[in-house]
Design a binder for this molecule. Structure first.
Ligand code: SF4
Length: 239
């Protein structure tokens, strides 16, 4: 499955280049990481026990690497894999309601060639966009500890550097804080939807997370996500 994940999720035959190879190496490193004992135990237990609706599926149950267009200048940074979403399918925002909401918006904005993201084998392609997360293993209650956050953050930092990301769309306060830490920004601007912060040559953009809790209650409406993605496009085009 690792091969199909890397081929289907990220690596393309072209463009070849140093950063593409380095991204590939980073992905392989992430996928084999066991640095956080609590998260290793949790991700593997969830994968063994499964949710009843997915009882006949083989869960990924490992760290989830970033995926998308290696030439992307816009990066979406989430919190962590969902236990029965990315931890099951092996790709961020794939196979759950958050993914349905996000991919519909990415398609409207021209970042995704399909409005849905159900399995890693669906052939979905991103253009000008990379999707990743601050923490690469599914955490209990979606709450990594500060130690787990700090252990995993170097992966996101290396990824942003390799991509030379110009716009980082941070989904939720945890991702916002992670991006501020990566860029060493102090004092930390408060998170809210649509907030912007300069980070060297890049811009950080805050966006409410497309969790069911936010989308079912209207805290995050489709047009709000559309506006952030449009702004991300504008910022990237200005560079
Ligand atoms: Fe490794 Fe990150 Fe998973 Fe911790 S959360 S085990 S650092 S991939």
């Amino acid at each position: 499955m690792l091969t199909s994940l890397l081929e289907g999720g990220v690596l393309r035959a072209e463009p070849e280049g140093r950063s593409v190879l380095q991204l590939s190496e980073l992905q392989r490193e992430v996928v084999s990481c066991r640095r956080c004992p609590r998260l290793v135990e949790w991700r593997e237990r969830v994968a063994r026990e499964k949710r009843a609706a997915y009882s006949d599926e083989t869960y990924w149950g490992r760290p989830v690497p970033g995926f998308g267009d290696p030439e992307a200048k816009v990066v979406i940074l989430g919190l962590a894999p969902a236990a029965h979403g990315a931890n099951r399918t092996g790709r961020y925002f794939t196979g759950d309601r958050s993914g349905d909401f996000l991919f519909a918006a990415l398609h409207r904005a021209g970042f995704a060639d399909k409005p849905v993201s159900r399995t890693i084998e669906d052939g979905a392609r991103l253009s000008g966009l990379w999707i990743s997360a601050a923490v690469r293993c599914a955490p209990p209650q979606n709450r990594p500890t500060p130690q787990e956050r700090d252990a995993c953050l170097p992966y996101a930092a290396r990824e942003l550097e390799l991509l030379e990301a110009q716009v980082v769309v941070c989904l939720g306060a945890f991702a916002w804080d992670a991006a501020l830490r990566i860029h060493g920004i102090r004092p930390k601007p408060k998170f809210c939807h649509g907030v912007e912060a300069a980070a060297g040559d890049a811009t950080l953009l805050g966006c409410y997370h497309p969790s069911q809790q936010n989308t079912f209650t209207g805290v995050l409406a489709p047009e709000m996500l559309d506006a952030v993605l449009l702004r991300a496009r504008e910022l990237a085009a200005q560079r």
